[in-house]
Design a protein around this ligand. Structure first.
Ligand code: HEM
Length: 179
């Protein structure tokens, strides 16, 4: 039961947050929305780039087991560290134009949204599959997509994020779609 609870907990909010962020990424990048509608096979690329740009799990804590150094910063054994996956995902040395939404990046899958090493997300394949299938269905049925405020009016930037240090997710999302 505990394993089941962990899987449901770790797999539910993360995918919900990632998928809603992906819809915002597409709504705010009409060229990518049109490209996806013209070629639904691009769904996997869009999912990866959105995971990188709008990383739901911002980071997690670790304790250094040995003395280490990262980027010239000494990390003594026993230090508590916040590993910011989201910062790694916007490293300009790894991802040129890191703040841009570019699903055609050559290394689009090389992000850290699912962590890395022995604790790499066990649900990554499931989450990727869910998002790709849902996105393929959406572009098949929706013609246009637009972010609005709660009254349904298009607004400049009506989005508010939950006040969490670890998880990045919208408080609510209102979209206007045409089919
Ligand atoms: C977009 C969706 C998801 C994101 C962004 C995400 C993110 C992450 C990250 C960053 C880690 C690494 C934690 C660490 O470094 O300690 C992780 C681990 C984990 N995830 Fe996910 N996850 C997602 C979906 C899922 C799903 C769908 C499941 C289950 C069905 C799941 C289950 C787990 C579990 C059990 C771990 C712990 C693995 C371990 O410590 O060995 N995740 N996830």
């Amino acid at each position: 039961m505990c394993i089941l609870q962990a899987l449901v907990g770790a797999g539910n909010e993360t995918t919900t947050k990632s998928f809603s962020a992906m819809l915002v990424d597409l709504a705010t990048h009409p060229t990518e929305w049109e490209a996806l509608k013209a070629d639904p096979d691009r769904a996997a690329l869009v999912v990866e780039e959105s995971l990188r740009l709008s990383t739901p799990s911002q980071g997690l804590f670790r304790v250094a087991k040995v003395d280490a150094e990262v980027g010239g910063v000494p990390i003594p054994a026993g230090s508590k560290i916040f590993l910011a996956y989201t910062a790694a995902n916007r490293d300009p040395a790894k991802f040129p134009e890191p703040n841009a939404f570019i699903p055609d990046r050559e290394n689009v899958r090389d992000h850290m949204a699912f962590g890395g090493g022995v604790h790499f997300c066990i649900g990554a394949p499931l989450s990727r599959l869910e998002s790709v299938i849902a996105l393929e269905k959406i572009v098949e049925r929706w013609n246009t997509i637009e972010v609005t405020n709660a009254q349904g009016d298009p607004a400049e930037w009506p989005l508010r994020y939950e006040p969490s240090f670890v998880l990045r997710g919208l408080e609510s999302l209102h979209l206007r779609i045409t089919c």
